[in-house]
Design a protein around this ligand. Structure first.
Ligand SMILES: NC(=O)c1ccc[n+]([C@@H]2O[C@H](COP(=O)([O-])OP(=O)(O)OC[C@H]3O[C@@H](n4cnc5c(N)ncnc54)[C@H](O)[C@@H]3O)[C@@H](O)[C@H]2O)c1
Length: 283
């Protein structure tokens, strides 16, 4: 397969996105501002491939080194010039995404599809930053990317049927199914999910129940694989807070106001699994 894929941002999501593209046989260019983060991502992908059989029951078709050899890590965004498809996974902040799309607009080929991986930010607003808004589409991968078969694809105001078609075909080659939804802050999944995660954090703050007890109730009563506080730690508490801010601003609705305990934990550097400490410890 000759198509070259770009992955911008190599944090929680970018590492999974790079892995599935490389496993899909694509030559993959990963761009991040942090050299240290890219080093961690390389190791994370190696670990993820090592545990794939245990997690899914299916062994990887190729050795980890073969998959990793398809991924080129760089801090130079110009390396995306030869890519036909780019998935952006940078921090959930309008200012950061805005600066990245201004660069992508200059660097990427005119027919390159730009996939926005965001928890809540409007795809239409992002698309307005580039000259070809019809080539911009929301690709809301689920976490952890290698294990989740479903992707929420978001149609921005300008997104054409052709862009949607190419995107869904591309996801299909990665073994992912997708559902297309209209552009609306938080889309379908996070518009609802962020509310129950935030409400669970309020319950911890009010000492209604411990994180363990809240999570076990969700798992045993509703059949959820993970409780809301485990989910918050997996996503990253900083990303939850930023997403709630985007929803709060987007709908001007107090039901999205972030819990003070969440703000305090983020200020204290407790960002969940990625920092080693959130509602649970990961040492
Ligand atoms: N964490 C989740 O479960 C989840 C799920 C779906 C979607 N998302 C969305 O995906 C995006 C990424 O989230 P994440 O959890 O991976 O965040 P993260 O904080 O783990 O990673 C963000 C990465 O972006 C990099 N970055 C920042 N500025 C950059 C720039 N200018 N150029 C290149 N790289 C830059 C950072 O160095 C970091 O490695 C966010 O928009 C988030 O809302 C997250």
């Amino acid at each position: 397969m000759e198509q070259r894929i770009g992955v911008v941002g190599s944090g929680v999501m970018g590492s999974g996105v790079a892995q599935v593209f490389a496993q899909g046989g694509y030559d993959t260019v990963v761009v991040d501002v942090s050299e240290e983060q890219m080093r961690r991502t390389r190791e994370k992908i190696r670990e993820s491939l090592r545990f794939q059989k245990m997690m899914t029951g299916v062994a990887p078709l190729e050795r980890a080194e073969t998959v990793l050899d398809r991924i080129h890590f760089t801090q130079e965004i110009e390396a995306l010039a030869a890519c036909s498809f780019v998935v952006e996974n940078v921090t959930e902040s309008w200012e950061i995404k805005q600066a990245v799309y201004e660069q992508l607009n200059k660097v990427c080929a005119k027919d390159c599809i730009l996939g926005v991986n965001t928890s809540a930010i409007s795809i239409t607003r992002v698309a307005a930053l580039v000259e070809r808004p019809e080539r911009v589409v929301g690709i809301h991968f689920m976490n952890p990317v290698p294990l989740k078969p479903m992707v929420e694809v978001i149609k921005g105001y300008h997104t054409t049927p052709e862009t949607l078609h190419i995107t869904q075909e591309m996801l299909g080659t990665l073994g992912k199914q997708s559902v297309v939804v209209e552009d609306s802050v938080g889309f379908v999944t996070n518009r609802a999910m962020m509310i129950f995660v935030n409400e669970a954090i309020f319950m911890v703050q009010e000492q209604v129940a411990s994180p363990e007890d809240i999570d076990i109730l969700f798992k045993q009563c509703f059949g959820h694989k993970m409780g809301p506080l485990q989910t918050a730690d997996l996503i990253g508490l900083d990303t939850i807070l930023k997403s709630l801010d985007v929803l709060y601003e987007g709908y001007n609705d107090s039901k999205y106001r972030p819990c003070p305990l969440l703000k305090k934990m983020v200020d204290a550097g407790l960002h969940g699994m990625k920092s080693g400490q959130g509602f649970y410890s990961y040492n």
